[in-house]
Design a protein around this ligand. Sequence first.
Ligand SMILES: *Cc1c(COP(=O)(O)O)cnc(C)c1O
Length: 373
Amino acid sequence: MTDTTSTRSALTFEVNRRSDPTPADAIAKVHENPGFGKTFTDHMAVIDWTSDGGWANARVVPYGPFQLEPAAAVLHYAQEIFEGMKAYRHADGSIWTFRPEANAARFANSARRLALPVLEADDFVESLRQLVSVDRAWVPEPGDSGEKSLYLRPFMFASEAFLGVRPADGITYCVIASPAGAYFSGGLKPVTLWLSINYARAGAGGTGAAKCGGNYASSLAGQLEGIEHGCDQVVFLDSSTHTFIEELGGMNLFIVYKDGRIVTPELTGSILEGVTRRSILALAEEVGLRPEERSIPIQEWKDGAESGAIAEIFACGTAAVITPVGELRWEGGSCNHRREGHDDAVALKLRSKLLDIQYGRVEDTHGWLTRLV
Ligand SMILES: *Cc1c(COP(=O)(O)O)cnc(C)c1O
């Protein structure tokens, strides 16, 4: 646990506050039922980059539209990356975030893959601190569900107006924030997954391991196909053999066996390495499970559901934390590992372990928390 709000960033943020901040009662109204990604706080943090000047003009300004030229490269060539994190309010009023150095490192990797400039980890964390400090009133109390937070969305894009194809020379980095409740409105009811055969989200040598908007754009057709088949989310397989489980459009997957193994697809270069995934692998042994990272043929899921060897399947990511999975459907078939009397004991235990750490309800023995405010 890094219990300090001091900064090692060399950037100085100029703060320009809104003259008409949202009144406390209006924020309270948003906090009652925040949903996900609908309402944004009063401010945003922005930093500009050019190859000559490097990172400059760090600032916190009122949340509002960008001035973007129609020729801005991001609109044509999708040179863009993002991150997803949360700020958690603890009982004493202090505000913390979870493993930001992991997000900073991933953001740097994504930047390298998309030929964007790297923002130093200290500057990345400082941008979160600056925004959350100004908009601290927007960080909700955990609430009855015990899991309300302020979702933080750092992102970076090619803002240079130029239609030639090369890495852009004008880049905008920005952080926006949005109060978050439960990600899936239906509560913790299991999601039904669609097995995508027609579409892959990423391929060998592609951008699957980078957190970039393009991966999400390419997952949407599969998502639509899933919705047409009554499913909530899509499972993507490896693009070359259509054999091995990769992940969902925006979440990693775990299979829990009755014999105590907890298995997740190994990182192949086309899977996004989730911070939640990594944390679950670390927590698994503490709850008496045997974690494995390896390739998982989709047939193993079907067989394990049929034989009863699979106890639970769940998806994980910052936004939804841990979400139990139910049925798997595909063109012409389906399987379901859930039987009479099924519970999601492992998913729920890991979920509350994570949330207890994030909200400071238990000791942070892993040193995963960093204080923002
Ligand atoms: C962000 C993301 C995840 C989950 O990562 P976390 O760090 O756990 O939030 C998983 N898969 C994809 C494709 C993602 O973009």
